[in-house]
Design a protein around this ligand. Structure first.
Ligand code: ADP
Ligand code: MG
Length: 417
């Protein structure tokens, strides 16, 4: 029986879906996680790994594999990809090279690599301690986007329109970095704001070749100042010509970084003049969004990823559903979540296939740019992307979020749609 190590950081949304996919394949699974009990109600074997220190985590995996040989290592989220690459390298298992993966985990390195290969991307400057941010921003031209090189989920990503806002924005992003335990003076990225509509590409690299599994449109405008993701709908409604440009720029980006095996997730902006890449990661789509994708005879994205990692046959990469989509529920305001009502009504809307609230009552809701958790997800299917989009918007309108905005005892709960 084949033996796979799944790297499941304790913060992941994806544990259940990957474990289920592995069970469907009948493969032996060991979970590697930063906690001893990362998955509630699960009897999977777990090895504890210091995922924040990939070298040490890779040492621990190599040692473990000397007693329990591994056939594949799959990191489900960003937090495990460098460890998976290092350990796979040492164990001679197919994976992206550690250098390629490291470049995806640092947005400044990623920009430099893409620039060296001439892949279309936003003009940028890396702000170091000695840089003059005003000068760099003037050279790029306002509006600019400030972003950390090491975070994700739009945390700390802020649009700046005016030179007077630049310094306070940089200070705000540095504070976010500090709160996330990053060095306070870690380099920041400054980019030209790229207008246009945004898309996400889900792909599978096989032997250095990109197979595009889905292009998601993001029909809500993402113009800032913060970039909260909401709707993802596939298939794309862009013309065939634009879709093929999106696939081609994604393939160029993967090649520039040296990503050769496994899932990739890319984000791009496209306008009438150009398609440019915002970022590419050596992992699949985050949150629970992969549930919007089914292939061949109902195979999940997770199962495709595991099949590829274990070198099992993959019969069909075509999506099954006509159109499909997901809405990441925006956090309507800061406070403590009291309850979410209307879920039954949302679920009853035609085309809706699921509603998952992923923040428990009593927990704090932190909006962007400081926060990085999703309030939940709504899923829909239909014949046409416009039906899916309409169903997701209608379902969202049914939800009421009761949030305690003042954390002292006199607080009142407010309802927000
Ligand atoms: N240069 C840019 N121009 C326009 N929008 C941008 C730019 N950079 C980032 N964004 C917006 O911010 C979001 C998050 O930025 P991204 O670089 O993808 O970082 P993260 O890793 O946090 O997702 C993007 O999805 C996009 O909507
Ligand atoms: Mg992104």
């Amino acid at each position: 029986m084949q033996h796979i190590l799944l790297l499941l950081p304790s913060e992941t949304y994806r544990a259940a879906d990957f474990i289920q996919a592995a069970a469907q394949l009948g493969t032996r699974v060991t979970v590697g996680s930063d906690r001893r009990n990362p998955i509630a109600n699960s009897d999977e074997a777990v090895i504890e790994l210091p995922l924040k220190n990939p070298e040490l985590a890779a040492d621990a995996i190599t040692e473990y594999a000397s007693e329990a040989p591994l056939h594949a290592i799959v990191a489900v989220d960003d937090q495990g990809v460098i460890t998976a690459a290092l350990a796979s390298d040492r164990l001679k298992l197919p994976y992206n090279s550690p250098q390629a993966v490291a470049a995806t985990r640092n947005k400044a390195d990623m920009r430099h690599r893409l620039a060296a290969y001439g892949v279309p991307q936003p003009a940028y400057a890396v702000l170091q301690a000695a840089s003059d941010p005003h000068r760099e921003a003037e050279c790029l031209g306002y509006p600019v986007v400030v972003k950390p090189v090491s975070l994700s989920a739009s945390q700390g990503v802020i649009r700046v329109d005016d030179p007077n806002e630049l310094q306070p924005t940089l200070a705000r992003v540095q504070k976010i970095l500090h709160e996330r335990g990053r060095p306070k003076h870690e380099a920041l990225l400054l980019e030209q704001f790229v207008p246009g509509s945004e898309v996400a590409v889900e792909g599978l690299m096989r032997n250095g070749r990109l197979e595009v599994l889905a292009i998601f449109d993001k029909p809500d405008p993402l113009d800032g100042p913060f970039f909260e993701e909401t709707l993802y709908v596939t298939p794309s409604r862009h013309t065939d010509a634009i879709q093929s440009e999106i696939s081609s720029v994604t393939a160029q980006a993967a090649e520039a970084l040296g990503l050769t095996e496994g899932a990739i997730h890319a984000e791009l902006r496209t306008s009438s003049c150009q398609t440019s890449i915002l970022e590419i990661a050596g992992r699949s789509i985050g949150g629970l969004c992969a549930r919007a994708l089914r292939f061949g005879l109902g195979v999940s994205l997770e199962q495709l990823i595991l099949r590829h990692a274990l070198n099992l046959p993959i019969h069909d990469l075509q999506r099954t559903d006509g159109a499909s989509g997901v809405m990441m529920l925006p956090i309507p305001q800061a406070g403590r979540l009291v309850e979410v009502t209307g879920v039954d009504h949302a679920q009853a809307i035609e085309g809706i296939t699921g509603v998952e609230i992923t923040i428990a009552p009593g927990q704090l809701l932190i909006p962007l740019p400081e926060g990085n958790r999703y309030l939940g997800f709504i899923f829909a299917r239909g014949h046409h992307p416009s039906q899916v989009e309409a169903a997701l918007r209608a379902a969202h309108k049914q939800l009421r979020f009761s949030i305690e905005t003042n954390c002292d005892k006199s607080a009142t709960a407010s309802s927000i749609t």
